[in-house]
Ligand binder design. Structure first.
Ligand SMILES: Cc1ncc(COP(=O)(O)O)c(C=O)c1O
Ligand SMILES: N[C@@H](CCOP(=O)(O)O)C(=O)O
Length: 429
């Protein structure tokens, strides 16, 4: 499969080249040249297939012959070695739990898939690759875990100082080996801007092979489409219109869901559930895209003021506002709304959600006020990653899963930086 740059000023390229580069030379995000719907029989018999069979069939056209099918099957199998359960909240709302992987956030799938693709391509590459990642909380830990010890790959994680949860910080600063954490004096968007600037810096790119493990990278972004298929498999027998409420920050996850829809998955509508960082909500009202500096919230992984993937969402809807509006609703919620949602989920349904899932639940409820459907909100991280917020709301202690226990008492190691020049100096040293 070939990919084009959404800035349309760079040559089209292969899957491998797009993965190794991360971002196109004209600073554009890569986008597949075509998306061919799967056969109707694929969806008719989806409940008889394993998750790995579903994922393999769904992803293979985006890779083509560049990775042999037997290798791709192994990559998919190793990526998906945990569960993706749908839990019913009430008659009209369910949640898809995406936190059963090693770092207990939905990023595990994309990070593990991308690490394995890069590992495969590195067998024939002689040059080491430096993976740059900007994180508002979860990408950093998932990438650190997914790329730990991968030969020929060095990972550099940029995170905003004081703006990720304690456990998220431990997950991304304590692994060592080929993983380095840079603690940035700024917000997530500053980290993301620095990463993008590094790709455009020819002094750097002439000396090292840089790539990104954020959702700007197609190998991190596309596997997220699996979640929507796994949900359909579990809920198909309900015979109800399916709507997804996706807690959104950089909009990679919801955008991957829209790719699943293009592949033929019967999804009626999407809801982008946001915290106070409401750039897309405002766009859907005003048709003016006006990115703002991000503000800090209790659903910190969604504290993104300029979501990278919105341009891909527009492309998927032929850059036509009315087409987009027919497929996407968006809402923004305050921290108080989010706390109230966590309490309601706990008191009324005995379900402990994390703040991001709480925002997703609110999106589901608002949509159902005016529409009929079964709405699935994505529970994108385990509640213990936000222990202080969740325990404070529900007034209960929650048990720590082994994945969290394992990092809690490790010592943080991070290098403080406050400018692009400091990042560049670090990379060149
Ligand atoms: C827990 C959690 N929920 C939601 C999001 C938002 O996802 P996206 O950036 O794909 O919109 C993130 C981070 O991206 C996250 O870590
Ligand atoms: N919310 C993310 C921010 C980066 O998103 P990505 O999907 O583009 O990596 C995080 O938790 O780091």
């Amino acid at each position: 499969m070939n990919y084009y740059s959404l800035n349309r000023k760079a040559p089209n390229t292969t899957f491998e080249d797009a993965v190794v580069r991360g971002l196109a030379p004209d600073k554009g995000l890569y986008f597949p040249e075509s998306i061919t719907p799967l056969e109707p029989s694929f969806f008719e018999t989806i409940e008889d297939k394993s998750n790995t069979e579903i994922a393999f069939e769904a992803i293979k056209q985006f890779i083509g012959p560049e990775i042999p099918e037997d290798v791709l099957k192994t990559i998919v199998e190793e990526t998906l070695n945990f569960d993706f359960p749908v839990v019913e909240i009430n008659e009209n709302i369910s949640t898809l739990e995406l936190f059963h992987g090693p770092t207990m956030a939905f990023k595990d799938v994309g990070a593990r898939f991308m690490a394995r693709c890069l590992g495969y391509f590195n067998k024939t590459n002689t040059k080491d690759v430096t993976v740059l990642v900007a994180t508002s909380g979860d990408t950093g830990g998932a990438v650190a875990n997914g790329f730990l010890g991968v030969k020929g790959v060095n990972v550099v994680i940029l995170y905003p100082s004081g703006k990720v949860s304690d456990i998220q910080e431990k997950q991304l600063t304590t692994l060592g080996q080929n993983i380095t954490a840079l603690e940035v004096d700024g917000v997530f968007d500053d980290c993301q801007d620095m990463v993008k600037q590094a790709f455009m810096d020819t002094e750097l790119t002439s000396k090292m092979q840089l790539t990104s493990a954020n959702s700007i990278n197609i190998a991190r972004w596309l596997p997220q489409l699996f979640y929507f298929m796994f949900t359909y498999k579990q809920l198909k027998s309900k015979n109800k219109d399916l709507v997804f409420s996706v807690p959104s920050g950089n909009f990679g996850n919801i955008c991957a869901g829209m790719v699943a829809q293009k592949l033929g998955l019967p999804i009626k509508h999407f809801i982008a559930a946001n915290n106070a960082n409401a750039t897309v909500v405002n766009y859907m009202i005003s048709q003016t895209y006006n990115p703002k500096p991000s503000v800090q919230t209790i659903s910190n992984a969604m504290d993104v003021g300029n979501p990278s993937n919105f341009i891909r969402i527009q492309e998927l809807h032929n850059n036509d506002f009315d087409t987009l509006k027919a497929n996407l609703s968006s809402y923004s919620y305050t921290d108080d709304d989010t706390r109230a949602a966590l309490l309601e989920l706990y008191n009324d349904f005995n379900y402990v959600a994390d703040p991001h899932g709480g925002v997703g639940y609110l999106g589901a409820k608002d949509y159902l006020k005016e529409n009929e459907a079964h709405v699935v909100f994505l529970e994108t991280a385990h509640p213990t990653k936000f222990l202080d917020v969740v325990e404070d709301v529900i007034r209960e202690n929650i048990d720590l899963p082994p994945q969290i226990e394992a990092v809690m008492h490790k010592e943080k190691v991070a290098i403080a930086i406050n400018s692009y020049d400091a990042l560049k100096a670090f990379l060149l040293q």
